[in-house]
Design a protein. Sequence first.
Length: 145
Amino acid sequence: MKNKSLFLLICVLTLSCCTKSDEKQQRNPYLIDPAVSLNLNLNLPEYNPLKFPGNYVITPQGIKGIVVYCASETLYFAFDLTDPNHAPSDCSRMVLDGIIASCPCQNDTNKYYITSGQHTTEPDSKYPMQAYRAERNGNNIVISN
């Protein structure tokens, strides 16, 4: 009986630790979740920059395009280029300046790091950029969700 009670207590504690109480884990109401499945072959000239840390490429997939950033030979980040803090519009495709993505919409000052997807000045109150999974597999980088 003692082991059963201990097991039940551990199960309850484990489940209570997994609840989504953090507001940042809520679904972004502005964005859809498009199906993304890309295979970027590093042997092709258009993806050659991804062999070197600090470089990025932009693909036309996703909502407004996807930026893929090379942090190291084994670590890559991929984020959608639509501003996550308002509904997609004609002007909401962000532009890049180094590792900063900024929204060109009039009266919009949203800026994000393409290395983390976080807002540069309000990371706790703004939605982050929509992230995609990016994994290197041999000479390919696979981007998916």
